[in-house]
Design a protein around this ligand. Sequence first.
Ligand SMILES: Cc1cc2nc3c(=O)[nH]c(=O)nc-3n(C[C@H](O)[C@H](O)[C@H](O)COP(=O)(O)OP(=O)(O)OC[C@H]3O[C@@H](n4cnc5c(N)ncnc54)[C@H](O)[C@@H]3O)c2cc1C
Length: 344
Amino acid sequence: MTHEVRGFGGVYECRNPVDRTIKPFPLYDIAVIGAGGAGQMALLRAVLNHLKTIVFLGDPKTSRRSRQTWVSEVENIPGMFDLRNPITASTRGVLQFIEKRSDLKPFLAAVKKAAVAIKKEGNVFTISASDETVQARFVVLCTGTMDVQPEINGSIEPIFPFANRGDVLYCIRCDGHRTAGKNCAVIGHTSTAGWIAVMLKERYDLPKLWVLANGKKFEGSSEVKTLLGRYQIQILRGKIEAVLGDRTKGLEGFQVAGEKIPVERGFVALGSIVYNELAKQLGAALDDRDHLVTNEYGETSVSGFYAAGDLVSGKKKQVYTAWDLAVDAVDDIDEKIRISKRKS
Ligand SMILES: Cc1cc2nc3c(=O)[nH]c(=O)nc-3n(C[C@H](O)[C@H](O)[C@H](O)COP(=O)(O)OP(=O)(O)OC[C@H]3O[C@@H](n4cnc5c(N)ncnc54)[C@H](O)[C@@H]3O)c2cc1C
């Protein structure tokens, strides 16, 4: 029994992992895992370099929990202003562009599934997605991260209607300007939360700002505490008991220890969940925040295994950064492949 990987350039045959009598796995130059901000650029660069490429596009579950899906509009990247769901739209655009081009189409195959397992034997990676398995000489992991949500009465649900409206924000580089003229509460208990409050005050001179530590002790540095004091930004340690407002009117505030904190904007600064399961299977090095440690070209501690996008350690979590990291990774892979061909 064979399984098919639908390729824009054709259908490649894959061996069923259970049936060992079938033909060998197809061997790709590059497997790109994830097709959000980083993956869209990795697969485009690889195809433009005429590398035989397979992309794992993910499934509804990975899509639901990705930052890609969450971004409904972008105001800090030229050319993206008019796009709804701009990251998803850009990935669709890349795939359609390649599909229409007879010169590029043969270089791409796509699996509409999430990669769930990976191993490396010799110089070859074997990657599986439920019933499909492929092999590749190099991998670019682009599975992204997700922002940690605040718990309110034991649930993360209460924040979502306001996050979806754009009243609750997560990324100061992307959306900090949307707080201008509004009262705002930053949710978090570390220096990061304190610095976001300070930056919002210094950039946009908001009328009133709070830091809501949501039941935790505020652990900000003495420097940030001094600045919060200077700008009269109050730190409230009490638990958030309710989010006030509704879908139509928008955010009206947070209830903390029985008191209404009247704000029209919230900012969540609680860190990230990193989708690094596949990297862990290979034993790739992670930093103390679970992000992937790479060299300047995006190669992890596992030779041939690269990472691009939000899950890379020490980089800005931005679409244009994801693009740049993806190009660095694929160009480095391209160079290695060209050098090995020269020698053979
Ligand atoms: C609310 C919000 C607003 C933002 N606004 C902006 C903005 O205005 N400008 C800006 O530059 N940035 C913005 N960002 C940041 C931007 O979303 C990220 O920097 C960007 O999406 C990172 O790209 P990525 O590829 O690392 O992750 P993502 O874009 O999230 O892509 C990850 C992809 O991997 C897939 N995936 C996950 N696991 C698997 C698997 N096992 N197999 C296959 N596929 C998998 C997912 O389905 C998804 O398609 C915003 C983020 C948030 C949360």
